[in-house]
Design a protein around this ligand. Structure first.
Ligand code: DQA
Length: 144
């Protein structure tokens, strides 16, 4: 199975960005962990990051027919992007929303996710481990 991991704005700064909230693990470290786990689960992964909403929308659109599941940390676009939500709904690929932090326990503007209603489910609050949990969830979704 093929899983597309997409990361939104500022996640390229993980490791140095607000470490008290997001930890000290870099996105490159997270990718290494995801790839290790993927190998154990016999899954193939593509792992990308963009600071641009339109690029993320294009990647979601292009995933059709190429990936079985999308794992999406849309970062701040989670709370604002109708375009990403519409792209997920349009392609119909099962999508898992993830966050490092527990967005429900933070500022009220983070409580609303525009993409949650078109995702299978959400994994949030487990730091870098949210990505590993999402990979396991993606494999189980595909095995259904
Ligand atoms: C985040 C949570 C978002 O609210 C925030 O804008 C991010 C990261 C997380 O992984 O915890 O950039 O998606």
């Amino acid at each position: 199975m093929k899983i597309l991991f997409l990361n939104g704005p500022n996640l390229n700064l993980l490791g140095q960005r607000e470490p008290e909230v997001y930890g000290r693990t870099t996105l490159a470290d997270i990718e290494v962990g995801v790839r290790k786990r993927a190998e154990q689960r016999a899954a193939e992964v593509d792992f990308r990051q963009s600071n641009h909403e339109g690029e993320l929308v294009t990647w979601v659109q292009e995933a059709k027919g190429k990936f079985d599941v999308i794992v999406l940390n849309a970062a701040a676009f989670t709370h604002t992007s109708i375009a990403l939500r519409d792209a997920i709904a349009a392609v119909g690929i099962p999508t898992i929303e993830i966050h490092l932090s527990n967005i429900s326990a933070r500022e009220s503007f983070r409580h609303k996710s525009m993409i949650a209603p078109v995702c299978l489910g959400q994994i949030a609050g487990f730091g870098a481990n949210s990505y590993i949990l999402a990979l396991d969830a993606a494999v189980s979704v595909n095995g259904k």
